[in-house]
Design a protein around this ligand. Sequence first.
Ligand code: ZN
Length: 418
Amino acid sequence: MCGKTFILTDKIEFFPDKDLEGELNFNFRATGYVFNKTLEVSIYRENLVKLGICTESEVDRIYTQKILKNLKKQKPFLKNAESTCLQASTDRLIKAYNGFYDNRTGRPHFKSLKKNPVISITLRNNEYSTKEGMKSTLRWEENLFRLNKLGYIKVKYKRDIDGKIKEATIIKENGRWFICIVYELEKIQPREEFKNSGLYVGIDVGLTDFLTFSNGKVIPKPDLKRINGRIQYYQQKIARQKKNGSNWKKTLKKLHRWINKKNNVVLDYYHKISYNIVKHCEFIAMETLNIRGMIRSRNLSRSIHEIGWGKLIEMIKYKAQWYGREFIQIDRWFPSSKKCNVCGEINHDLDCDERVWECPHCHSILQRDVNAAKNILDEGLRAAGSTVLCLVDFMPIGQGKFLYHYEWKCFDETIGMA
Ligand SMILES: [Zn+2]
């Protein structure tokens, strides 16, 4: 866990003046232009391949760099833009194409101002030599952050992070400007605040109960009823107003404020949950969620998007790393909810909406989510391997019989391997 390089992103709000805002908007347009042109040329080449005129077909770094070089020759205005962010935008296209080649996503789309606008640019860090030695293009100077050609920006606050700056992304989000600075840390020292707690949990995620723990604890969803109501109200209001009129602009501002509020409430809630889980639990096992598949297969896409499990799991993951806890994600195909935790029987007839069920083999009455969380914990411990056996000793007595249950199982498997 330690020794690996560790990536940390710090997101800070900043307030650009009119000049800088103009510069940034120009760079947004330039990256969009480069993205579209590269995509256009790539599609043209695909057609040539289809006709048998051309053989190569993958969009890769060498190819996009060739296109970028030619574009810069043809369109001199691109020279005024940040060169690293142009390259980053072609890298984004490569990423989009890779997803398309692996059948993970659809074909990359063109950027347009209305439907699919560019909302962020990424600047890479480069080093250059000066009389005083090597300097980075992205760096802190006191409380100002230097952004290459774009000059210095004043940020709301500065966090002291001892790491190498890799890149910085500027995002325009609902009318506010943010900079995400990506640091690479050589080593992360597990923090010593949390001592061995001896608590081992499996966590099941669900729509009815947001998080269910293997010890029976349940954490509810963030309460967004009021905020969603306000967002809906302003969305309906703005739809009736004349576009770009003064009232329309006022409503848009209010709508953005409520959307921001919602994001902040959700993020705050997730940070608190993930911090507390990592604080209290030494070993955390979760499922690998197939959120994409869930959105496609059930009519729940809206609530799933709202919940944003992916973000929460990411938070638990990095915090576990940060605080030296063990975090394991078990296989997506593991039948966590259909398996009886007491005898191991798999109940294939289990319905999606049955909250409590009886095992057909050993006749135990099982609570669906708690049973799933226990299975996730067992499977996580099994996946963690032999270290678990010595960790079992730390387990406090009297946390339910499932503890002894997997102690026996692990022991059995170790014997089987020898
Ligand atoms: Zn059973």
